[in-house]
Structure formats: structure tokens, C-alpha cells
Design a protein around this ligand. Structure first.
Ligand SMILES: [Zn+2]
Length: 150
């Protein structure tokens, strides 16, 4: 089992869910303090042949999915101009498991689509560090689709 220090360094002292920094000096009992979150991925489970494989990730104590029954949700950045953004974690898991393409959102302008594509690639680089992705912007019906390919 990885220690908090190891998990913190692996994730650069940034919360895997809200993407904000985590202060390693804070008390682990503080709501904004560091904690180790456990997530299960079927991809890893297949490799290890165990029913469950857990990837420890760094999270704020309040963000930690182990603390409640709420499902982990990664929000899209509020400054992005996106229409119909898909839930980020399920899309990332499908890309990790099956590869292929996922339409992530639609944008009204090409600039917005470029900004959204750059943001989602950067965000997924921390969320799923082992996943290699490329983005593509596709025009259709006067809108721009942001597509990710594994
Ligand atoms: Zn957080």
C-alpha cells in the first residue's frame, strides 16, 4: 500500500477530482487536507487477475470518493464555452478500456473547440496518466465537435 507521501508525489500534490492543489502540510483531519482515494479500474483488474485492482490517487479529504456514496465527478472548467459536455470519468474509462473515439462536447466556434480540446487533454493527462490520447476537432452543422482518440 502506497503511503500518502508517495501518492502525493505521484499526483504532484494536486487533487485528482477537483484538480486543485493539496497542501501536504495540512492536517489529514482538515477538510482540505490530503487523503488517499482509491479507485478501481477494470483494465487494471484484468492485468492483475484479481477481482479488483486499486489505483491510489491523491484527493482532498472532502473530495475523497471513499467518504460517501456519491460517484466521483470531474467537472468541466467553467470558463470553457461547451455544449453538451459528456461526463469526464466514464468517457475516460471507455477510452482506457476500449480505445476508439469519444465525442467530448460541441462548441459554437472553432476557437472554443480548440480551447476545450487543449483543456480536456491536459486534464486527462493527470486523471489517467497512462492513457495516450489525441484530439480532433470536426466541423458539422455549423458547430465544432471535440473528439478524443485513444
Ligand atoms: Zn479536491
Amino acid at each position: 500500500m502506497a503511503t500518502l507521501q508517495e501518492v502525493g508525489e505521484q499526483d504532484g500534490w494536486r487533487c485528482w477530482l477537483c484538480d486543485e492543489s493539496v497542501d501536504p502540510e495540512r492536517s489529514v483531519n482538515d477538510d482540505r487536507g490530503p487523503s488517499v482515494d482509491s479507485r478501481t479500474t477494470t483494465k487494471k483488474a484484468k492485468k492483475s487477475k484479481s477481482k479488483e485492482a486499486v489505483t491510489p490517487r491523491l484527493a482532498h479529504r472532502t473530495c475523497n470518493t471513499g467518504r460517501g456514496n456519491t460517484e466521483a465527478v470531474v467537472p468541466w472548467a467553467p470558463e470553457l464555452f461547451v455544449i453538451d459536455p459528456v461526463p469526464i470519468i466514464p468517457a475516460a474509462e471507455r477510452l482506457a478500456q476500449k480505445g476508439g473515439r469519444e465525442i467530448m462536447c460541441r462548441c459554437p466556434a472553432e476557437d472554443d473547440a480548440a480551447a476545450a480540446a487543449a483543456w480536456i487533454l491536459d486534464r486527462l493527462g493527470r486523471l489517467e496518466p497512462t492513457l495516450e490520447l489525441e484530439s480532433e476537432i470536426q466541423e458539422g452543422g455549423g458547430q465544432y465537435l471535440v473528439i478524443l482518440m485513444a
